[in-house]
Design a protein around this ligand. Structure first.
Ligand code: VAH
Length: 322
């Protein structure tokens, strides 16, 4: 069976729904530190604190878990307001989950209950101002400016260490900003793109917390879920990168997005009030080279900016008519 931590988060809600479509509702145990999010899709849900090793171990043995999608984390913008908690949750939470993949006495669930596969999302937040801004290579200097980014750099190294030393099959993706319409973003720097689309769909104006020309790598949620499932389904020998794979689908500025939205909502009004999130975004790349993921396990995104905006606004129109 499959366990998801952070299942009420922006990625978790959609990953849980997709995994349930594929494997059956009862085989996917959705967990989070708080009650469920917007989508009250039927299926097993439990409150779980990833800092509680015994609670984690209990869930793994009780539900016969073979695969864990470990998504619970504090994101970049929120993380800067609570640096100790962000480091503790992002780091200790990951280490607690990695130990559940070990075949020795350090596995709190017991070596006989070792999980066979773990997915853990990293982020373009691992890159800092000294990495190439355009087409940032898979192997770049990693000097992040946020606590979240520091926790992702350290987490990638821990994943590689647990794979190398203990044989834990943990796989990871450096996600760009993720954009969906079925779940709320969770305090990141790229949340503006979701909020701008929601404002447009509701016929409202939008004040953007990033500068109009701040370019960022982005991805539609359907592609983000596809990338995780494709990576997890790849034969082990093809997964050559055991820190985390660069992946991306598009790059755009808030001004680019507003322009595409106006194809559908002609009078959509945006103004700009850059805040601390713009400084974080400015430290990240403008675009990402994901050639290694394309080469190793045939990564390919389906949505570009135009297709994504059209798809989301069409869906929002459908749901508002409903
Ligand atoms: C954040 N949405 O903004 C996340 C992601 C690349 C951005 O890591 O923190």
């Amino acid at each position: 069976n499959i366990l998801i931590t952070g299942s009420a988060g922006q990625l978790g809600v959609e990953l849980a729904a997709r995994l349930r479509e594929i494997h059956g509702t009862e085989r996917v145990i959705a967990t989070d530190i708080r009650e469920r999010n917007r989508i009250e899709e039927a299926g097993p849900f439990e409150i779980l604190d990833v800092l509680d090793r015994e609670q984690l171990a209990g869930a793994v043995s009780k539900h016969n878990i073979g695969t864990i999608y470990h998504l619970a984390a504090i994101l970049s913008a929120n993380g800067e307001k609570q640096i100790g908690k962000t480091w503790q949750l992002n780091m200790d939470g990951l280490l607690n989950v990695l130990d559940l993949g070990r075949n020795d006495e350090n596995n709190p669930a017991g070596s006989q209950n070792a999980v066979s596969h773990i997915f853990w999302p990293s982020s373009i937040a691992v890159f800092g101002p000294d990495a190439d801004r355009e087409m940032t290579p898979q192997n770049s200097p990693l000097n992040p400016t946020t606590v979240y980014g520091i926790s992702k750099v350290a987490g990638e190294q821990w994943c590689a260490y647990y794979h190398r030393r203990f044989g834990v099959d943990v796989r990871s993706l450096r996600y760009p900003g993720l954009i969906g319409y079925k779940s709320e973003p969770g305090g990141g720097t790229t949340d503006y793109a979701v909020d701008m689309l929601q404002a447009a769909a509701g016929g409202n104006a939008y004040t953007c917390p990033l500068g109009s020309h701040t370019r960022l790598p982005m991805m539609y949620m359907d592609d983000a879920v596809k990338a995780a499932l494709d990576l997890m389904a790849a034969p082990e020998e093809l997964v050559d990168v055991r820190t985390s794979y660069n992946v991306s689908a598009m790059s755009f500025t808030p001004d680019d997005m507003a322009g595409v939205i106006r194809r559908h909502v002609p009078d959509f009004d945006v103004d700009y009030a850059p805040d601390s999130r713009d400084a974080i975004a400015a430290s990240w790349p403008d675009s990402i080279d994901d050639g290694k993921a394309r080469q190793d396990w045939n990564w390919k995104p389906d949505f570009d900016l135009g297709a994504m905006v059209k798809h989301i606004l069409d869906q929002q129109a459908l749901s508002s008519e409903a």
